[in-house]
Design a protein around this ligand. Structure first.
Ligand code: MG
Length: 385
């Protein structure tokens, strides 16, 4: 029996993780949950899963939460720390959104526990620190992102030195066939309707700008130790092939399934085993056509900006991530246009004085600097258009 913690249990990944865990009650026990402000859902999850602890990170929500059960209710980042490092915990699913996920990722590894990571932002900000910490503590990092789960599976086909390149697939988002001119007028509502995946707001906007794929390139670089010039991106609108690995002999191994996050969650929970699930079987005849195209760098510059940040190295990816979080939030608040997101991220990155081999505090400083800078740029008439 493994004790599992889910950080971000009210989000899309968190809810899917609870579905998977309820299918395997004899193997896993839900030890802890965390939400930011969705205490209504937490009140439903507590009696169903009986966690020992739950953390609420929003102050007001914490204060108005009804305590009528045996679950210990904790507050804020201290609460997250206590939960992730609790001696009884075996595995932490980090499904937090954005940079708030970094500290819990680090604390999980520091305590030598398995980190099943859906919070790609923490790997983007501090990939090297997390990988080094995992090595130091003998802890494992398992991807929950569908592309990285796919690559982990494909890599089983050969040795590490036989890998030629990683090929990350991308749905291309809802604006694949729009003209560049059209993109300026995209509304929040249009950007929030993703063709193949149902996800939270931040990642849905990131998918529409292709920044999500850029963040995933950086994530793949750290998880698999492959340099940026051997990671490519391929648009595949049907989201059936979740990613591929090309080996030196020219063989390309792909991982396929119907798009459903329960599969990568289950793979991480049981890794390295495979177990029977009731997920829908893939029917390729029904899918009919699988199509592929190159990403359009001019229309979706965020992907190229992310590659650039990875090549800059040091604190640059943390700045990319923070500027993007600020710009996406400003877009969701109708403060900047869809194309303004990319301008703000690029400008913030170009103003940044990168620091190489950053320590944790350098990353936090770079994150804060980028938030301030991007926040100011969001008010700039030229940038926000
Ligand atoms: Mg993904």
């Amino acid at each position: 029996m493994k004790n599992v913690v889910i950080l971000g249990s009210s989000g899309s990944i968190g809810r899917n993780a609870l579905k998977v865990l309820s299918d395997f009650k004899e193997r896993f026990s839900v030890f802890g949950l965390s939400v930011h402000s969705n205490v209504g859902l937490l009140e439903e999850q507590i009696p169903r899963f009986g966690p020992k602890m739950a953390v609420i990170t929003d102050q007001e929500s914490f204060e108005r939460f009804h305590r009528n059960h045996d679950t210990e209710i904790l507050f804020g980042t201290d609460g997250l720390k206590k939960l992730c490092s609790h001696p009884k915990v075996d595995l932490v699913i980090n499904a937090l959104v954005g940079s708030v996920g970094l500290l819990p990722s680090l604390q999980t590894l520091e305590s030598g526990k398995t980190l099943a990571i859906a919070n790609k932002e923490s790997l983007v900000m501090a990939g090297k620190l997390l990988i080094d910490k995992a090595k130091e503590k003998g802890a494992e990092i398992l991807p929950i992102d569908s592309e990285h789960s796919a690559i982990k599976q494909c890599l089983l086909s050969g040795k590490r030195e036989e890998v030629k390149r990683l090929i990350l697939t991308a749905s291309g988002g809802p604006f694949l066939s729009r003209s560049r001119e059209d993109l300026k007028e995209i509304t929040v509502e249009q950007a929030l309707s993703h063709p193949t995946w149902e996800m939270g707001k931040k990642i849905t906007i990131d998918s529409a700008t292709l920044m999500n794929k850029g963040l995933e390139v950086i994530e793949a670089h750290w998880l698999f130790g492959i340099p940026a010039d051997r990671i490519s991106v391929l648009i595949h609108p049907q989201s059936i092939i979740h990613s591929m690995v090309e080996f030196v002999d020219g063989s390309v191994i792909a991982q396929m399934s119907v798009p459903d996050m329960k599969l990568p969650i289950q793979y991480a929970l049981f890794y390295p085993q495979r177990v029977i699930s009731n997920n829908t079987s893939l029917d390729l005849a029904k899918a009919g056509k699988l199509t592929f195209l190159e990403p359009d760098d001019e229309k979706f510059p965020c992907l190229g900006i992310a590659y650039h940040a990875l090549k800059m190295g040091g604190t640059a990816p943390a700045v990319l991530n923070a500027a993007n979080e600020v710009a996406v939030q400003a877009f969701l608040n109708h403060g900047v246009s869809f194309t303004g997101i990319q301008k703000i991220v690029q400008e913030t990155l170009s103003r940044h004085k990168r620091k190489l081999a950053p320590k944790f505090d350098d990353i936090i400083d770079a994150d804060a600097w980028a938030r301030q800078t991007a926040g100011e740029l969001c008010l700039n008439a030229e940038m926000k258009r």
